[in-house]
Design a protein around this ligand. Structure first.
Ligand SMILES: Nc1ncnc2c1ncn2[C@@H]1O[C@H](COP(=O)(O)OP(=O)(O)OP(=O)(O)O)[C@@H](O)[C@H]1O
Ligand SMILES: [Mg+2]
Length: 378
């Protein structure tokens, strides 16, 4: 099973600019999570902080009991071997062909022979649809191919934790579906803990077990997918539906006057730029037939059912609706109950219940995936 990643109170600034503060979440081992957030909210900075490429100002990021924020360089080097990372720009070496780029971590971190390396490299190139392109330089291929080559390179060490920054950017919708399927299949095969940073709503709706969102320098939500997908929170609603109406603006956040003016335009019949409301719980992508089941799905369901009563009603309903007959038998009364089943082992807000978010953006009140107390939530 992949490693658990525990992030607590993580804060990152560049000079006087705070990127995000007090980020607390746990990536459950072997589950797939997605981090959403408008452009510039610090998703890539978060990902780089998780592997110690950027140094947070405060907080912990613990992997297998090692806090990578404070550990020695030597420890960090060891911990990094657990990770496979696809950076937003692919981060390929421009002077190396794709074969050498993908082989690089194997040559750097393992004692494999060239023939063993060749086998792994071709397997990963095949997986990412790059067979035949191995002799090409990064500058000679398309953006989408570079992205896939970066993913192939991220996978060669059979990582316990896979971080992928916008795997879909530069990819057409069909290739994006293939990448989504690939990530689910990978998780099925190696049970790795996966964090995907993305703007892609379709991917966010169909791939992850857990979803989080960064906005206005905070992690406003992190938890079971059903929570975000059914959220009434204006910023989440706006983001999922890709509408101009809501708190997210073109550059920084909007003021009240701009929001009111935009709403008036839409009320007068002007298109809000969005789609039909796509909120709601849709089925997750299944592993390719023949691969078996994802162990993470069962573990997640056990976990989610134990905190079901702390979740917002719409999320509870979404979870219940997705249960099979077998699940209902397994979870018994819990699968049908509409009120508290049993007290949470880590009660929040004193009563173990979920606190509806207020009208503003402080929706970090939602339970995180490991029932960790959010900031200020005591
Ligand atoms: N090395 C750096 N030095 C100074 N500021 C930085 C650095 N890296 C990122 N930033 C700033 O941090 C903020 C967040 O950047 P980041 O790249 O994490 O955003 P993002 O959420 O990944 O956006 P996008 O969706 O467009 O990729 C930006 O304001 C950016 O300018
Ligand atoms: Mg980014």
């Amino acid at each position: 099973m992949g490693a658990e990643v525990v992030v607590e109170g993580l804060t990152k600034s560049f000079g006087r600019q705070t990127i995000w503060r007090d980020v607390t979440l746990t990536l459950p081992p072997g589950e797939v999570s997605v981090m959403l957030g408008p452009s510039g909210t610090g998703k890539s900075v978060f990902l780089k902080s998780m592997i110690g490429l950027l140094k947070p100002d405060r907080g912990r990021c613990e992997i297998n009991g090692v806090d990578i924020v404070t550990c020695s360089e030597h420890k960090l080097y060891e911990i990094r071997k657990l990770f496979g990372v696809l950076f937003q720009d692919g981060a390929l070496f421009g002077s190396m062909n794709l074969y050498d780029n993908v082989a690089f971590p194997l040559r750097e971190h393992t004692k494999k022979s060239e023939s063993e390396i060749r086998k792994v490299v071709f397997e990963k190139l095949d997986m990412t649809g790059l067979n035949g392109a191995e002799k090409k330089l990064p500058g000679e291929i398309s953006g989408g191919m570079r992205k896939r080559a970066g993913l192939a390179r991220a996978l060669v060490l059979d990582p316990e934790i896979i971080l992928v920054d916008e795997p879909d950017s530069g990819l057409d919708p069909v290739r994006t579906s293939y990448i989504s399927q690939l990530l689910i299949d990978l998780n099925t095969q190696i049970d790795a803990t996966i964090l995907i940073v993305s703007h892609n709503i379709n991917l966010a709706r169909t791939v992850p077990d857990n979803i989080g969102m960064l906005f206005r320098r905070e992690l406003i939500m992190f938890g079971p997918r059903e929570v975000l997908l059914t959220s009434e929170e204006p910023v989440v609603k706006q983001f999922l539906n890709g509408s101009r109406i809501g708190p997210i603006g073109m550059s920084e956040e909007k003021d009240e006057a701009t929001m009111a003016a935009e709403q008036a335009q839409v009320d007068a019949g002007h298109h809000d730029g969005g789609t039909d409301d796509v909120r709601g719980v849709v089925p997750q992508i299944q592993p390719t037939p023949g691969l078996g089941e994802r162990a993470g799905v069962r573990r997640r369901l056990d976990r989610v059912m134990s905190i079901l009563h702390t979740l917002p009603p719409a999320a509870q309903q979404g979870i219940r609706d997705s249960l099979t007959e077998e699940d209902r038998a397994r979870y018994g009364a819990g699968a049908g109950a509409t009120t508290a089943l049993r007290p949470s082992p880590h009660p929040r807000n004193g009563d173990g219940g979920w606190q509806p978010a207020s009208g503003d953006l402080n929706v970090a009140e939602l339970p995180t995936s490991n029932y960790r107390e959010p900031r200020g939530g005591q």
